[in-house]
Write a protein that binds this ligand. Structure first.
Ligand code: UD1
Ligand code: MG
Length: 452
C-alpha cells in the first residue's frame, strides 16, 4: 500500500483530425470501451489509495467531459484553449497541481494500452527519490518519437525527433509519453519549460533536462512498445484493438475458458467468465456480459449487456441484447433474439423467436416463431409468461399480456388478452375441412383441358 498521494493528469486536447471523424479521438473505442475509459481504468489501478484525476481537454469538450463524468465522477476537467504543447496542456490543470500531491502522473488520453503496473513503477521511482520518471520503450522504428538521451545509467534529457541531431536520431530507446513528476517540484519544473524549439511548443519532455539542472534525478522505466501505443488514425485504432483482443483472449483462457478458435472471438474489456465455459468460433461479446460456470456459447452469437447463467446454452446464431438475464440451465437456440427479458431456470426458446420486455417463467417453453409484440409504435409493453407455460409455435403475444402458470397457447395464435393459469388459449381462424374438394377440382380441370 502506497501512502503517497497522487494526481493523474490525462491529456486529451488532441485534435484527432487524422481519425477523420466528428467524434473526439479519445472517445473512439477498443474492446467496447473508449480510449479515455481504458486510460482512466489504468489510473484507478495505479495503486496506493485514492488517485485524484484531472483531465485536460480542448475547447468544445462537452462529450469528453460527459464520458469522464460517467466513468470517474470525481475527476476534474480542465480546458486547454490553445494547443501549445504537452507541458502547456499539463499546466491547464494548475489548480489541481497546486493542491500538492506527492506524485504527479501525466498520461496521454490516446495511449489506451498502458498497464496500471507501469504507472505504479513510475510512482515507485519517485518514492525511491527521483524528481522525474519517464516510461521508455525500445522502438522498432523510432522515427517521430522523443529519444531518451542517457549518461551512463542516468537519463540526461529527452530530445524530440524534430530537434534531434543525426547521432541522437540513432537512439532506439524512446519516450512513451508517460511521465511522473515529484509533486514538490512539479510546478517549478513545468514553469521553466520554454518553447524554443522547431515546433515552438512547450514540450513536457523538456522536464527531464530541467530537473537534472535543478540537481534532481531522472529515471527511466522500460515498457514494451505495445503498452505505449499512441493512436492517431483508424488503422492504429485497429492495431491497438488487435493487441488488446489477444490479451483478453489469453487472460480468458488462463482463467479456464475454452476458446475453440480464439482468434475469431471478440471480447470486451469487461467480459466476465465463470469456470468451464465453452465459446465456439465466431462469437462477439459487446460490453456488459457475464457468463457463468459451464455455459456454452455456440457459433455466430452476438451478446451485449447480458447475464448468462450456469449451464445455459446460447446459439448458434443467437442475439442477446442489453437487459437479458438467462437463469440456470435455460436454453436460447438458433435465430432467437432476446432483449430486456428474464428467462427463469430451465426456460427455453429454441428456434426463431423474439422475446423483448418479458419474463419467461421457470421451465416454460416458447415455441418456434413466437414473437412478443412489445411495441405499439409509441410505447413498449411487457409480456409475462408463467412457470411451465407452453407457447405454441408461430404465436404473437401482443403486450401488455400475461400468460398464467402452466397455460397453453395454441400454435399460430394472436394473443391479445391475458390467459389464466392452466387454461388453453386459441386465437386463430377455426379450421374447416371440405371432404373431396381437391379431387373434384382436379377432375373439373381435367375436363377443361380435354375440351381445349
Ligand atoms: C509525444 C512526446 C514524445 C513521445 C511521444 C510518444 C512531447 C513533447 N513529446 O510526442 O517525446 O515520444 O509523445 O507518443 O511530449 N496534447 C495536448 N495539448 C497539446 C499537445 C498535446 O493535450 O497542446 C496531448 C495530445 O492530445 C496527446 C498527447 O498530448 O494525447 C501527446 O501529444 P502529441 O502531439 O501526440 O505528441 P507527440 O508528438 O506524439
Ligand atoms: Mg502522439
Amino acid at each position: 500500500m502506497n501512502s503517497r498521494t497522487c494526481l493523474a493528469i490525462v491529456l486529451a486536447a488532441g485534435e484527432g483530425t487524422r481519425m477523420r471523424s466528428s467524434r473526439p479521438k479519445v472517445l473512439h473505442a477498443i474492446a467496447g470501451r473508449s480510449l479515455m475509459g481504458h486510460v482512466l481504468d489504468a489510473v484507478s489501478g495505479a495503486g496506493g489509495g485514492a488517485v485524484a484525476v484531472a483531465v485536460v481537454a480542448g475547447p468544445k469538450h462537452d462529450e469528453i467531459a460527459a464520458e469522464v463524468r460517467r466513468i470517474a465522477p470525481q475527476a476534474q476537467v480542465f480546458e486547454q484553449s490553445e494547443r501549445l504543447g504537452t507541458a502547456h496542456a499539463v499546466l491547464a490543470a494548475r489548480p489541481a497541481i497546486a493542491k500538492g500531491a506527492d506524485d504527479i502522473l501525466v498520461i496521454f488520453g490516446d495511449t489506451p494500452l498502458v498497464p496500471p503496473q507501469a504507472l505504479m513503477q513510475l510512482r515507485a521511482a519517485l518514492a525511491a527519490g527521483a524528481g522525474v520518471a519517464v516510461l521508455g520503450f525500445r522502438a522498432a522504428d523510432p522515427a517521430g518519437y522523443g529519444r531518451l538521451v542517457m549518461q551512463g545509467n542516468e537519463l540526461a534529457a529527452i530530445r524530440e525527433d524534430q530537434d534531434a541531431n543525426a547521432e541522437e536520431r540513432k537512439i532506439t530507446l524512446c519516450n512513451g509519453g508517460l511521465m511522473a513528476l515529484a509533486g514538490g517540484n512539479a510546478l517549478k519544473i513545468l514553469e521553466r519549460i520554454g518553447n524554443d524549439n522547431r515546433k515552438h511548443e512547450y514540450y513536457l519532455s523538456d522536464a527531464v533536462a530541467i530537473a537534472r539542472d535543478m540537481g534532481l534525478k531522472a529515471s527511466v522505466i522500460e515498457a514494451v512498445e505495445d503498452d505505449v501505443r499512441g493512436i492517431n488514425t483508424k488503422a492504429q485504432l485497429a492495431e491497438a484493438e488487435a493487441v488488446l483482443q489477444q490479451r483478453l483472449r489469453k487472460a480468458a483462457m488462463e482463467a479456464g475458458v475454452t476458446l475453440i478458435a480464439p482468434e475469431t472471438v471478440f471480447l470486451s474489456a469487461d467480459t466476465k467468465f465463470g469456470k468451464d465455459v465453452v465459446i465456439e468460433p465466431n462469437v462477439v461479446f459487446g460490453p456488459g456480459v457475464t457468463v457463468e460456470d459451464g455455459a456454452v456459447i455456440h457459433s455466430f452469437s452476438h451478446l451485449e449487456g447480458a447475464h448468462v447463467g450456469a449451464r445455459v446454452s446460447v446459439g448458434p446464431f443467437a442475439r442477446l441484447r442489453p437487459g437479458t438475464k438467462l437463469g440456470e440451465g435455460s436454453r436460447i437456440g438458433n435465430f432467437v433474439e432476446v432483449k430486456e427479458a428474464v428467462f427463469e431456470p430451465g426456460a427455453k426458446a429454441n428456434h426463431l423467436t423474439y422475446v423483448g420486455d418479458a419474463r419467461v417463467g421457470e421451465g416454460a417453453n416458447v415455441g418456434a416463431g413466437t414473437i412478443t409484440c412489445n411495441y405499439d409504435g409509441v410505447d413498449k409493453h411487457r409480456t409475462d409468461i408463467g412457470k411451465g407455460a407452453f407457447i405454441g409455435s408461430n404465436s404473437s403475444l401482443v403486450a401488455p399480456v400475461k400468460i398464467g402458470d402452466g397455460a397453453y397457447v395454441g400454435s399460430g395464435s394472436v394473443i391479445t388478452e391475458d390467459v389464466p393459469a392452466d387454461a388453453l388459449a386459441l386465437g386463430r381462424g377455426k379450421q374447416t375441412v371440405k371432404e373431396g374438394w381437391a379431387a373434384r377440382l382436379r377432375s373439373l380441370k381435367a375436363i377443361g383441358k380435354k375440351k381445349a
